[in-house]
Write a protein of this length. Structure first.
Length: 590
């Protein structure tokens, strides 16, 4: 089928913000909430299993319905972050979600406080809800009283969540001006980023300077938003809930022992020299004594190949089908149901994502397609997320989504399938060489860059509590870059502002290490696939089908992976080192 660039359809959710169906859904939210509240007097240590399951079922129905309403608002906001009607609607439904959670919170608090013996009795017959129930129990030491939890819920809507929405509204209204071929173009961030990989070194420098200059002007404001975000994180998570550290909050949510995350970040930092050597190799290919930070993603050959969207879709689907036809068919659902927004538009949220709303709905994917090889890879990545979600759609709404450590598994694996197919079928030696270098660029961007983001976050959270100014946070970030790159490239001073242009550290503190975790994990899985061929597929699909119904360590143990061992993480870097040696073996152009 000949797929085209288009805006997604949200009609499966609601036809419009002011449609009668929206009010009907809101009325049903109220009905379900009232039904759940009626169970409060029935909660006791001797509650019957059947009654407990009834309450779980009602809770899931409420989660599904709220996810539709809030998800609709969030997707509409992503379409156009400047639409004031959408901004108001999103704020309204986020407030409703918090208030609903407050009214039904008594169930979670009762569950967390139960004696272990009683909890085990009820979990024994809970089926697919079990891991969600276990997850709540893990939070028990950090749970506050019901009045305190209610206040925090309401505070979050108009506090940190409002700050994040404000950050998105400010940064997604930016336009960037760049002189290209004598003409000054006005660009979105996504359009500007194309030129950061341009063969012309002057254009790469100008693109970076424009991005960092625009963000730098607002750095005092954006930096304040970050300071408030981190202070709120500390006030709630450390001062009130008594977590040991800011990152410990994410580790518990990810169900990963702190030692595993510590090993991942330490091994990543210890292997910075691998990528520093790569940047030195890239300098030789670019005919430079030493590259600049502007040149980090520079193509080593001028591969002008552009990919029409229909060809990109076909490439991705074919690469998935060669691995497993079922996987390609699941990805095709996103296209066929018009759940993909691939247009480039002003005001549209930057970047790309896949949003799972409910197990009974195909996920929605957002990207801004511009015809580059990178855009093809992004399409494969986000469709990989959708496949992961669809393979797990037999789970409840409480257990479908994979935890962050596994959330990048299908997406990164999908990219590797795509690159291998492109390498196998295109005889153009320049494109082949370009793709091999891009694989290394992407390994840097996904592993080392993200690991150092997490290392920066640890420092920034600590220093904000000590009273660090925005300028001091920028200096900490610049020092982080210096450690990351060593003497392998020239680092200009304007990169001190780059941290305010990283949405993840605002949206979801310490999310970023999941990228490094996922990439190194997929390196291991992909090696198994290359060794075993089709015999590998059932085991891999089983990992994806687990969704969020089991602890990540338990899911991975089925594939023979021990993420508790530093040697496992080092193995990923050893693979990168072998790839680097393969690149060294390619003769430099005359």
């Amino acid at each position: 089928m000949n797929y085209a660039i288009e805006r997604w359809s949200l009609d499966e959710l609601f036809p419009a913000i002011d449609a009668p169906e929206v009010q009907q859904a809101l009325d049903r939210v109220e009905e379900l909430t009232t039904e759940i509240e009626a169970y409060r007097p029935r909660l006791s240590a001797d509650i019957e299993e059947a009654t407990f399951l009834e309450l779980l079922s009602l809770s899931e129905k409420l989660v599904r319905l709220l996810s539709r309403v809030v998800g609709y608002g969030s997707l509409r906001f992503s379409e156009d972050t400047q639409d004031q009607q959408v901004q108001a609607f999103l704020a309204k439904v986020q407030q409703l979600s918090a208030e609903t959670d407050n009214r039904t919170m008594f169930f979670k608090l009762w569950w967390k406080a139960l004696a272990d013996e009683t909890a085990e009795r009820l979990m024994a017959g809970s089926g697919d809800y079990r891991y969600w129930l276990e997850t709540l129990r893990r939070q028990r030491p950090y749970t506050l009283s019901e009045p305190e939890e209610k206040v925090i819920n309401l505070k979050d809507v108009n506090g940190p969540l409002a700050l994040v929405n404000l950050y998105d509204s400010i940064t997604n209204r930016y336009t960037f001006r760049l002189r290209v071929d004598g003409e000054v173009k006005e660009l979105t961030r996504g359009e500007l980023q194309i030129y950061m990989r341009d063969p012309d070194p002057a254009l790469r420098e100008a693109a970076y300077k424009e991005l960092l200059g625009v963000f730098g002007v607002d750095a005092p404001i954006l930096g304040q938003i970050y300071q408030y975000r981190t202070r709120d994180w500390h006030s709630e998570q450390i001062a009130l809930r008594s977590y040991a550290s800011p990152i410990a909050v994410r580790n518990l949510a990810n169900d990963l022992p702190e030692a595993i995350v510590k090993a991942l970040l330490e091994v990543s930092e210890a292997n910075a020299a691998v990528f520093q050597d790569y940047f030195r190799l890239k300098a030789r290919w670019l005919g430079m004594e030493r590259i600049r930070r502007y040149d980090i993603y520079a193509p080593v050959v001028k591969a002008d190949r552009e990919f029409p969207f229909s060809e990109a879709a076909e490439l991705v689907l074919d690469s998935f089908a060669a691995f497993e036809p079922r996987v390609a068919n699941l990805a095709r659902k996103v296209f066929d149901e018009r759940h993909l927004d691939s247009e480039v538009r002003k005001g549209k949220r930057s970047g790309a994502f896949c949003a799972t709303i409910s197990p009974d709905l195909t996920p929605w994917v957002l990207t801004s397609y511009q015809g580059r090889a990178d855009d093809v890879a992004t399409l494969a990545h986000e469709l990989g997320h959708a496949i992961h979600s669809l393979l797990a759609d037999h789970h409840t709404a409480l257990t479908q989504d994979a935890s962050l450590p596994l959330a990048e598994t299908a997406s990164t694996f999908g990219e590797m399938l795509l690159i291998d197919r492109m390498l196998a079928q295109d005889p153009d030696p320049d494109l082949r060489r370009d793709l091999l270098f891009r694989q290394m660029d992407d390994a840097y961007a996904t592993i080392m860059r993200q690991a150092f983001f997490a290392i920066y976050e640890r420092s920034a959270h600590e220093r904000v509590q000590e009273g660090a100014s925005v300028d001091e946070l920028s200096e900490i970030y610049l020092e982080n870059l210096r450690r990351q790159f060593g003497e392998s490239l020239d680092l200009s001073d304007e990169f001190r502002h780059e941290w305010v242009a990283i949405p993840h550290i605002y949206h979801t503190p310490f999310y970023v290490y999941a990228y490094a975790f996922g990439q190194l994990l997929v390196f291991s899985l992909y090696q198994q696939y290359q060794q075993e061929g089709q015999a590998f597929n059932p085991r891999f699909l089983e990992i994806l089908s687990a969704g969020g119904s089991q602890a990540p360590i338990r899911v991975l143990s089925r594939a023979g992976i021990d993420v508790a061992s530093p040697a496992f993480w080092q193995g990923g870097f050893d693979l990168i080192q072998r790839s680097l040696e393969q690149l060294r073996a390619i003769p430099l152009p005359a």
